[in-house]
Ligand binder design. Structure first.
Ligand code: NAP
Length: 255
């Protein structure tokens, strides 16, 4: 499922979005392609302004009742949209979202504070996407002298292949956060990637399970090592606070 106004082709009104007909067709196609009778977790991806959320939720509720889907999730929507969907589900006795999927990593967290507060209050699991800031937080990229918004990218890396990488993931605050992750990794004899992932898992206000975006088996093996780590409160807080300067000002893009 995808947002109808994203410019990916020009589908008809029933060929995209979160309307009943499209969701139904998509789930049937997915089950057939995967050769299974049910999905453990089914996400909507983004908010569909062209479809009342009641229509989407009623459809998802029916899919759960039919046993085609066990749990439902919401990917990449705003805090108010998540809250509205939870309220509508509650008021109508429909299945509510169990899981969310926001952009959330050690360099990007209080930006999604409202959203995470909803997850904590409503007992929703959080599955951060791009938990390593697309690989930036692994420390594989070098600084460009005098320009904190650009990286020197190794051949074949995501930054070397994507024009959007610098805009999306690289910032002055990002380098500060990465320095602190490096320091904690040294203390724990772990890798930067493991520490960055573990920092997410250790949020105790909600269940937090990052979506690991490893490209190679070696990366996956390394990242799974986050399971065996444990950060002290001090190490957790140092990474949390690294995006602020001594005056409490947040480092960010455009400074
Ligand atoms: N809901 C949404 O809007 C949304 C948006 C984006 C992604 N997602 C989902 O979230 C998943 C994860 O996102 P992501 O791929 O951006 O996650 P990520 O973990 O932030 O970045 C993954 C990239 O980091 C690098 N990497 C990972 N482990 C590494 C290691 N140990 N050493 C060195 N480099 C390492 C690899 O880059 P190289 O290629 O440079 O090696 C890999 O492709 C995606 O697969 C997708 O399913 C969802």
């Amino acid at each position: 499922m995808y947002f109808p106004f994203d410019g990916w082709g020009e589908p008809g009104s029933n060929d995209s979005g979160l309307g009943r007909k499209h969701v139904r067709e998509q789930i049937e196609g997915t089950l057939e392609r995967l050769g299974t009778d049910y999905l453990d977790l089914y996400y909507i991806h983004r908010w569909d302004e062209a479809t009342p959320v009641e229509e989407t939720l009623a459809t998802l509720h029916d899919l759960v009742r039919e046993g085609k889907v066990n749990y439902i999730g919401a990917s990449t929507i705003a805090a108010w949209q998540l809250t509205k969907a939870l309220w509508k589900a509650d008021a109508n006795g429909w299945q509510a979202f169990d899981v969310t999927q926001p952009l959330f990593h050690a360099g990007y967290h209080d930006d999604v504070r409202d959203y995470l507060d909803v997850c904590a209050d409503q007992d929703l699991a959080v599955r951060p996407y791009s938990p390593l800031a697309g690989g930036f937080l692994t420390g594989k990229y070098e600084r460009v002298e005098g320009d904190p918004y650009t990286v020197e990218a190794p051949d074949g890396s995501r930054a070397a292949l994507s024009d959007r990488f610098d805009d999306f993931y690289v910032s002055a605050r990002g380098w500060e956060v990465l320095d602190e992750i490096r320091a904690v990794a040294d203390e724990l004899d772990a890798t930067n990637a493991q520490v960055a992932l573990r920092w997410l898992v250790e949020h105790d206000e909600f269940t937090c399970v990052p979506i690991v975006g490893a490209r190679t088996v070696d990366q996956l093996d390394e990242n799974v090592g986050a399971v065996d780590l444990s950060l002290s409160d001090d190490q957790f807080d140092r990474i949390l606070d690294a995006r602020y300067d001594e005056d409490g000002t947040r480092w960010g893009h455009g400074e």
